[in-house]
Design a protein around this ligand. Sequence first.
Ligand code: PNW
Length: 488
Amino acid sequence: GSDGWSDTRVRKFKKNFLFGAATSAYQVEGGWDADGKGESIWDRYVHDKPEVVADGRNGDVASDSYHNWQRDVQMLRELGVDFYRFSISWPRVLPTGLSNEINEAGFKYYDNLIDELLKYEIQPMVTLYHFDLPQALQDLGGWANPLSVSWFEDYARVVFKRYAEKVKFWITMNQPNSICMEGYDSGVMAPGLQLEDGGAYECVKNVLLAHAKAYRLYEKEFEKEHQGNVGISIAVNWFDAIVNNTENVEATERAREFEFGLYLNPIWGKEGDFPDLVKRIVDKKSTEQGFKTSRLPKLSAAEVKLLKGSADFLGMNHYTTFLVEPGKTKSASPSVDDDRNTLYTQGPEWKPAKSSWLKSAPYGLYKACIYLNFNYDYPPIIITEHGWSTGPGLGDQSRVDNMRSYLGALLLAIEDGTDVKGYTAWSLMDNVEWTAGTSERFGLYEVDFESESKKRTARLSALVYKHIIESREVEDNWAPSSLKIEIT
Ligand code: PNW
């Protein structure tokens, strides 16, 4: 401005910065038992306990992308994105989870989707695991069984073999902390276990080793010929002390190390391995609780080495910020919650989304980036998820505001040295938001779940995102003349 103080520089995303949109198999596909698909842990969870799904709409049909893949690619073309991040349903392609039995009909769906994407020069970014383990493997203990490492490696080999030619961006796992903490400790996601003997930490070790084995497999057998990039998506939300007294600052450090350091440090940490703080806390607590060995499993020297450097990029899923103080949300001990000893709230002035945990605090994305640079030496980052929930309706001004403010913060983080290669909007369309069902909508496109075809319609945010991708900049006042969206 003319006062000489405000910063009015226009910041732009470089030409080679990649924009995309994301979904996951269970959340959009439907066809839960179509054409030989095996049962997943989410199928089992919601069929056994229908009451866990807020509005009763589960993933049996979801957005029916199993039949709507052509329309899905059309939407991506309307947006003008560079890539589409979707996940492969492991039980759809390997019904028992094991690689001796391959379901060709299941693979056919992904053949069609990938070929359609490539036809229009949209890069597929494939997530191998987004929460939907084959139930047959859960029956053997799932991610708490050390054999899960080789089950996943075998599955990854089958998929790499089939698609290495066509897919250049791979994500092994989506959010190990959700997989393990919500699946095996708090039990709010499938398989809904509340193991009190360290099962969640066993899961962490196995999920990370499975990731690293798949990474090394690609490196050894596919990279030379196919030149793809393999990463892992980790939830890196921001955690700040609620007020800066010593207790809260210590609690904040615990929050960061338990929530994301546990997954980042083995891969990007200087020394690798689990963070010292987590080791110290869980080891000490375990001794006090009368365990002979720590509930946090050890990583051998060979495992530390396997994990260190096992990613070409960090897939950063970032949604919000939490304010931290010491405390517990439940009484169970031992539990991860008890070990971590943190309570989270959010700024009373931050704008709320439809989901109770989601408030807008764009400064947190900036701070998280700077923290990653400082602690993990400027890792190459792709934002693999960021998004906002609303109710139904096309006039999603709050999603537009949220996207603009976060992309603005991202431009500042990039200007200050963060190596961010791309951004992914969660989600391309409304879908089954796990136990929230369809009561929380994350889509750039609305899905009419009452309609037979699961009709998709562009929201205001879809037009704004399209304009951002075209112009490479974030303009506060731009508005489309109508909600009509076309392929350009
Ligand atoms: C992601 N948090 O999980 C998942 O990867 C998606 O499948 C999901 O639909 C999306 O977020 C929206 O919820 C998250 O605590 C888990 O801030 C936890 C948080 C954020 C996202």
